[in-house]
Design a protein around this ligand. Structure first.
Ligand SMILES: [Fe+2]
Ligand SMILES: [Fe+2]
Length: 285
């Protein structure tokens, strides 16, 4: 019954919506994402920008990042609903999964509030990441669902932790990050517990499939978070290439994925052979 004890608190999540003092519009008085979490950080395009241009750019990256967050949570909720469709009401995970779904819906509504007030375009995810979402749903492999969900949550959590502790972050982004960290801690603990338990029950074919499929999913998640339209909107010449090739960005993702990749090594999803695949994809040092 540990799962029930860790279940999200409905009162706490109900308070989430009213916990943010939304301004009519989001100004650029502070950073919307911690500068180190901006994909152009420390590139030639970054050095060519003034401080105020960088803060404006941070608003667009934040809107794009939150849009990615909405997409992730939509895929996640679809995967959870798929499970709940068959899950007996007496199952210890039943209540948790419904409350997790409710929390994800609130998070997405919160992200959308930011985007509406930020005055940026809606940075709808690109075709590649949308295709991956469809594929995850079609294939319907539970272990891959949980592993993909956890990857998305780990990436978002690293952003949230940086934004919540940075003294430079805008109060709105800081508050959003703090609220998200609190809810996601329970989701990630549940996902880890479930993955560790169900991985041991997978047959060799499913393990083989998961080991090849997962690095592609995680690579696509990272590919999707660097949105080319941000640079087109702001007319940053060669911005997408600079962002994608940025060594700082690559190293940051490897560092932020470390708790996840270490967990996968520990439970045997990433074996010494598959480490090479993860390294080749730029997901592991
Ligand atoms: Fe969330
Ligand atoms: Fe979550």
């Amino acid at each position: 019954m540990t799962m029930e004890l860790k279940a999200p608190d409905a009162d706490k999540t109900a308070a989430t919506e009213s916990a943010i003092d939304w301004p009519t519009s989001i100004d650029d008085s502070a950073w919307h994402f911690d500068p180190e979490y901006l994909h152009l950080y420390d590139t030639s395009a970054w050095h060519a920008m003034s401080e105020s241009e960088r803060r404006t750019y941070s608003r667009h990256e934040a809107a794009s990042g939150y849009r990615w967050g909405i997409w992730i949570e939509n895929v996640l909720v679809r995967c959870l609903m798929d499970q709940l469709y068959e899950l007996p009401a007496q199952d210890p995970a039943h209540k948790f999964l419904y409350l997790e779904t409710a929390e994800e819906c609130r998070h997405s509504a919160m992200f959308a509030e930011f985007i509406k007030r930020a005055g940026t375009p809606d940075y709808t995810p690109t075709g590649r990441i949308r295709f991956m979402g469809m594929l995850l749903e079609w294939t319907g492999i539970r272990i891959v669902h949980y592993l993909s969900i956890l990857a998305g949550e780990e990436i978002a959590d690293a952003y949230d932790r940086a934004n919540s502790r940075s003294p430079r972050t805008h109060p709105v982004s800081k508050r959003m990050a703090t609220l998200h960290v609190i809810d996601e801690a329970a989701h990630m603990a549940f996902a880890r517990e479930t993955i560790a338990k169900i991985w041991t029950t997978q047959d060799p074919v499913r393990r083989w499939l998961t080991r090849w499929y997962l690095p592609i999913v995680v690579y696509t998640l990272i590919d999707g978070i660097v949105h080319p339209s941000v640079y087109e909107t702001l007319r940053i010449r060669d911005g997408y290439r600079l962002a994608w090739d940025n060594a700082h960005r690559r190293e940051r993702f490897i560092r932020d994925l470390k708790p996840y990749t270490e967990f996968l090594i520990q439970i045997g999803v990433i074996t010494p052979f598959y480490r090479r695949v993860w390294r080749a994809a730029g997901l592991l040092a």
